[in-house]
Design a binder for this molecule. Structure first.
Ligand code: PLP
Length: 443
C-alpha cells in the first residue's frame, strides 16, 4: 500500500522510473511522450545533463544557506542573468520555490509598496475570471477559476475580477479582434473607477492563459491598453508568467510579444524545468527602492527562498535556453505543431478551437462546432482524454469545462523545446486516437 497522498486519490498511477529526452519511462518500461511538460514545466525534457551536472556540482559545494544569513553565487548569477534579459525596468529578483509562492509574494509586495510610499488606501487587487494563479489562498483568491475556488470561497480574501481576453468565446458578431481586446481591457478602467480611483494596488493577469483556458493569448493591443490604464491610475501591473514564461511562447518572456513590461513579473515552472523547484518574482527598481528607503524589510519570506541548488538549476536552464539557442526553436516548432493540429483536427466536428503561441497550444472540445456548445461537464471528457492518451503513451494536460457553459473541455499541449520533427507526428497521431476513444466513451 502507498502512503503517498496523491492529488487524484482514486487514480492508479504508473511509477516513473527514468527520463529519456522527451519521454518518461515507467517501471514496466512503457514510454510516454511528454507533450505537456507535466504542466508546462519540462521545457528541456527529462535528461538534460548540463542541468543535472550544475545541480550536482552546487550540492558538492553547499546545498543550503538560509537567505537570512547569506546570499550565494548561483542566486547572484541567476538574478543578474534574468535582469539582463528581462523587459522594461525590472531590476530585482526575489527567488521562491514555485509559482504560487511567486504570486503570493507579488500581491504582498504590491500592497507593501503602497504602504511604504504613503498610499495605504490602495488595497484592492483586480484579476480576471478564468485565470489561474496558484492554489495557496492568496493566489486562489486572485485566480478566476470558479471550480477551483468554490469550496474554499469562505477562506478567500475579497478581490475584484474582470473578464478575460478570450476571443473564441468573447468576440461579438461584427466586432474586430482589436476592438474586442480594447473593449475587455477597458473593463479594467471601469472596475478601478467602481472601486475608487486611488484605492487599487495592482492588476494581475497571465499574458497567455494556461491551465484554466488552455493556451489563450490576448489579442493584439489588449495588454498595451491594460498598461495605459494601469499607468493612468497608478496601478501596478503584475504579469503571471509562471506557465507561459521562460520561452514557452517563443520569446523568453511572454509579454515581450505584447511589447509591454510589467512592474512585477512572476515566473516558475520552466525556470527550473523540473530539475529543481524554483520560481521568482522580478520587480522594478522603483518598487525595490521604496522598500529599501522605507522600512528596509519586505515583510514576507519562506525557508527555501534562494535555495542554492535550485538557483544553480535555474542558471543552467537559462544557459540552455539562451546560449544553446533552445528558445529559438520554439516558434518554428510551435508553428509546425499548429499546422499538424489544424490538418488533423481543423475540420473535426468536436474541436471548436485550436489556439496558442509557440510550444503552448490548446484545443477546445465542444459538442457542437457551430454553436460552440460545450459537452456536459458531467461526462468529464477531459479526464477520459487524459487516460486514453496515457494508454497511448502520451502525456497531455486536459481540463474540464464549466457548468455555466463559459468554456468547453480543453487539451493543453506544452512539449519540450528539444522536440524532433517525428515527435510532432507522434503527438498528433496519439492525440487523435485518444480523442476518438474518449468521445466514444462519453457517448
Ligand atoms: N500561476 C500560473 C499561471 C500557473 O499556471 C500556476 C500553476 O499551474 C501557478 C501560478 C502556480 O504555480 P505552482 O503550481 O508552482 O504553485
Amino acid at each position: 500500500m502507498s502512503h503517498v497522498f496523491p492529488r487524484h486519490t482514486k487514480a492508479k498511477l504508473p511509477v516513473a522510473s527514468h527520463g529519456d529526452g522527451a519521454y518518461i519511462v515507467d517501471s514496466d518500461g512503457k514510454r510516454y511522450l511528454d507533450a505537456c511538460g507535466g504542466a508546462a514545466v519540462s521545457c528541456l525534457g527529462h535528461s538534460d545533463a548540463a542541468v543535472t551536472d550544475a545541480v550536482r556540482s552546487q550540492m558538492d559545494s553547499i546545498a543550503f544557506a538560509h537567505t537570512g544569513f547569506f546570499t550565494s553565487p548561483p542566486a547572484e548569477a541567476l538574478a543578474e542573468k534574468l535582469i539582463a534579459l528581462a523587459p522594461g525596468d525590472l531590476d530585482r529578483v526575489y527567488f521562491v520555490s514555485g509559482g504560487s509562492e511567486a504570486v503570493e509574494a507579488s500581491l504582498k509586495l504590491a500592497r507593501q509598496y503602497f504602504v511604504e510610499i504613503g498610499q495605504p488606501q490602495r488595497k484592492h487587487i483586480i484579476a480576471r475570471w478564468q485565470s489561474y494563479h496558484g492554489n495557496t489562498l492568496g493566489a486562489l483568491a486572485a485566480g478566476g477559476n470558479r471550480w477551483r475556488r468554490a469550496q474554499f470561497e469562505p477562506l478567500l480574501v475579497d478581490m475584484a475580477h474582470i473578464d478575460p481576453c478570450f476571443v473564441y468565446r468573447g468576440q461579438e458578431e461584427g466586432e474586430s479582434e482589436f476592438d474586442y481586446g480594447q473593449r475587455v481591457a477597458n473593463q479594467l478602467e471601469t472596475e478601478i473607477q467602481r472601486l475608487g480611483v486611488d484605492s487599487v494596488a495592482a492588476f494581475v493577469a497571465e499574458p497567455v492563459v494556461g491551465a484554466t483556458l488552455g493556451a489563450v493569448p490576448a489579442v493584439e493591443g489588449y495588454f498595451k491598453r491594460i498598461r495605459e490604464i494601469c499607468d493612468q491610475y497608478g496601478v501596478l501591473l503584475i504579469l503571471d508568467e509562471v506557465m507561459c514564461g521562460m520561452g514557452r511562447t517563443g520569446t523568453l518572456f511572454a509579454c515581450d510579444h505584447d511589447g509591454v513590461a510589467p512592474d512585477i513579473l512572476c515566473i516558475a515552472k520552466g525556470l527550473g524545468a523540473g530539475y529543481q523547484p524554483i520560481g521568482a518574482m522580478l520587480c522594478t527598481g522603483a518598487i525595490y527602492d521604496a522598500i529599501e528607503q522605507g522600512s528596509g524589510l519586505f515583510q514576507h519570506g519562506h525557508t527555501y527562498i534562494g535555495h542554492p541548488a535550485a538557483c544553480a538549476a535555474g542558471g543552467a536552464v537559462l544557459t540552455r535556453l539562451i546560449d544553446d539557442g533552445l528558445v529559438e526553436r520554439v516558434t518554428p516548432l510551435g508553428e509546425a505543431l499548429h499546422t499538424r493540429l489544424e490538418a488533423r483536427f481543423g475540420q473535426h466536428p468536436h474541436v471548436g478551437d485550436i489556439r496558442g503561441r509557440g510550444l503552448f497550444r490548446g484545443l477546445e472540445l465542444v459538442k457542437d462546432r457551430e454553436t460552440k456548445t460545450p459537452f456536459d461537464p458531467g461526462h468529464k471528457l477531459h479526464a477520459k482524454v487524459k487516460q486514453a492518451a496515457m494508454n497511448e503513451g502520451l502525456m497531455c494536460y486536459p481540463m474540464g469545462g464549466t457548468l455555466d457553459g463559459q468554456r468547453g473541455d480543453h487539451i493543453l499541449l506544452a512539449p519540450p523545446f528539444i522536440l524532433e520533427d517525428a515527435q510532432l507526428d507522434e503527438i498528433t497521431d496519439k492525440l487523435d486516437r485518444a480523442v476518438t476513444t474518449a468521445l466514444a466513451q462519453a457517448g
